[in-house]
Design a binder for this molecule. Structure first.
Ligand SMILES: *[C@@H]1O[C@H](CO)[C@@H](O)[C@H](O)[C@H]1NC(C)=O
Ligand SMILES: *[C@@H]1O[C@H](CO)[C@@H](O)[C@H](O)[C@H]1NC(C)=O
Ligand SMILES: *[C@@H]1O[C@H](CO)[C@@H](O)[C@H](O)[C@H]1NC(C)=O
Ligand SMILES: *[C@@H]1O[C@H](CO)[C@@H](O)[C@H](O)[C@H]1NC(C)=O
Length: 455
């Protein structure tokens, strides 16, 4: 592979106007980030302080350092029960604040914190974290506004986790600091690419000198990387939709090798952060199915899809346990990203589902298999349990504002055939994956732990 690195800022002539706009938008956004940051500081925003020195401490120290210049020692008002009483009601009664307010979320007790349970609140200020025009490498597949999506409300929702305080309001500047001197690596399918792209945009939009960034994101390439040189920070993506190896034989039959991993995985072992996912490709049937048969020990085997999925995950888990040094690398597994089909079809939707009734858009058994395998691992794996919060975001898919399999923007005729063409699986950017990344970054500041299965 000979991907030449190019400055992220080197744009084709057609994008120059977007570029100029981007630059002016940046100054606005940067100003906002700065003032929001100052307000957080004024509000007694306190960085996570783990009690004992541990591997994850590196991340929290980075976080503390980034605030140290401005943060006065936080008054210890952290664990007042009185403040917590009636907290939820207070939140509900309050209209959306134009800026992070001091009293609103500061009184949470961390032990109550569940990052993945909570609700979506409309937040007209501060969201999205970057403008689409500010991310010159945003891919056509998910650049919904550029593709003509008329509404933009889906960009302005903030996930408010239950009982977690204000810390989940990270912005681009904090993201950059957390990435300083680190490699953040995503491995998985196009939904993890969606997440990587989101992080690359968040980081890019926050870098003060954008000429000091590099990107390799050739469409069709199995490896992508964004680098912010002044921060020695890189965000990488490795394409591996099954995690295990898919092999095409000379006679073109495709074998999914349940006991082997792709060689390139070895290139990820010394990363600081690893985020894995798999799922969707295992559910593909008929023409979309990417394999012809399963193999173990080099021999063809017959088994149900679920059993194969379980064996593949076991292979992956064993590899992580043998190759990843948990004192150096934080390992995450991102839970299934739900699609919105049939009853909960994403077409024409412009606001999140607000009530609890969502028809699951994925086989529950796969989720259970993932959770069981993670639980049995020696390596502490943090489970980014984004399935439920994403299920509510029926409004956040590209729908008909996307491209065809051949990479062309949908024509007007195609847009009028949403049953055939609407994409209710990936997510618009800016949009939902930005939240996944904020939860990822927030989790970096908390101790790692294996997933706790209910019951
Ligand atoms: C994931 O989050 C959902 C929603 O909060 C919750 O119901 C479920 O139990 C969580 N799963 C795990 C394994 O923590
Ligand atoms: C740059 O980041 C890498 C991790 O990606 C780290 O190993 C290395 O020490 C960093 N370099 C400096 C000069 O800090
Ligand atoms: C293709 O080749 C593999 C061995 O390389 C063999 O097991 C398989 O039967 C062949 N399939 C066909 C359709 O010829
Ligand atoms: C979708 O929205 C368009 C534009 O608002 C409208 O013309 C069309 O009837 C809607 N279609 C459905 C199925 O709701």
């Amino acid at each position: 592979m000979d991907h030449s690195t190019k400055p992220a800022a080197a744009l084709p002539a057609s994008s120059t106007r977007r570029w100029v706009l981007a630059t002016s938008l940046c100054s606005l956004a940067c100003l906002f980030l700065l003032s929001a940051g100052l307000m957080l500081v004024a509000a007694g925003y306190r960085p996570f302080q783990p009690g004992t020195a541990a591997p994850w401490d590196r991340f929290s120290r980075v976080q503390s350092a980034s605030h140290a210049a401005a943060v006065a020692p936080a008054p210890d008002s952290s664990s007042s029960d009185a403040l917590d009483l009636g907290h939820e009601d207070e939140e509900d009664a309050e209209p959306p604040a134009p800026a992070p307010a001091a009293a609103e979320e500061a009184g949470d007790d961390d032990s109550e914190c569940d990052l993945f349970d909570g609700k979506w609140v409309e937040e007209p200020v501060g969201y999205p974290l970057y403008g689409a025009a500010e991310c010159p490498f945003l891919s056509d597949q998910v650049a919904c506004r550029r593709n003509g999506r008329p509404d933009s409300g889906y960009e302005r929702w903030r996930w408010r986790p239950r009982g977690c305080g204000g810390r989940t309001r990270l912005g681009g500047a904090e993201a950059l600091e957390l990435c300083r001197d680190k490699r953040l690596v995503f491995v998985g399918d196009s939904l993890n690419r969606n997440m990587w792209e989101s992080l690359a945009c968040i980081l890019y939009a926050a870098v003060p000198d954008r000429s000091r960034t590099r990107i390799v994101d050739d469409a069709g390439s199995e490896y992508r990387i964004f680098r912010a040189m002044d921060y020695n920070c890189s965000a990488e993506f490795f394409w591996s939709p099954f995690l295990v190896k898919l092999e095409t034989k000379i006679n073109q039959t495709r074998a999914l090798k349940l006991d082997q991993l792709p060689v390139m995985l070895q290139r990820t072992v010394r990363a600081d952060v690893l985020v894995f996912n798999t799922g969707h490709w295992w559910t593909h049937t008929s023409k979309l199915r990417a394999w012809d048969h399963f193999e173990r020990d080099g021999k063809m085997v017959e088994m149900a899809g679920e059993e194969a999925f379980n064996r593949a995950l076991r292979t992956w888990a064993r590899w992580v346990d043998r190759n990843i040094d948990p004192s150096r690398t934080r390992v995450f597994f991102r839970s299934v990203s739900p699609e919105h089909k049939s009853v909960n079809w994403c077409y024409n939707q412009t606001s999140p589902i607000s009530t609890g009734t969502v028809a699951p858009g994925f086989p529950k058994s796969l989720v259970t298999i993932v959770e069981r395998n993670i639980k049995n691992m020696r390596t502490p794996v943090t489970y980014l349990n984004i399935t439920h919060l994403s299920e509510l975001r029926i409004d956040a898919h590209p729908s008909v504002y996307t491209i065809t399999r051949e990479g062309k923007l949908l024509s007007t005729e195609q847009q009028q055939q949403p049953l055939t063409y609407a994409d209710c699986s990936h997510w618009c950017l800016p949009g939902l994956p930005d939240t996944w990344n904020m939860l990822l970054l927030d989790s970096l500041m908390r101790p790692p732990s294996n997933v706790h299965l209910p019951g």
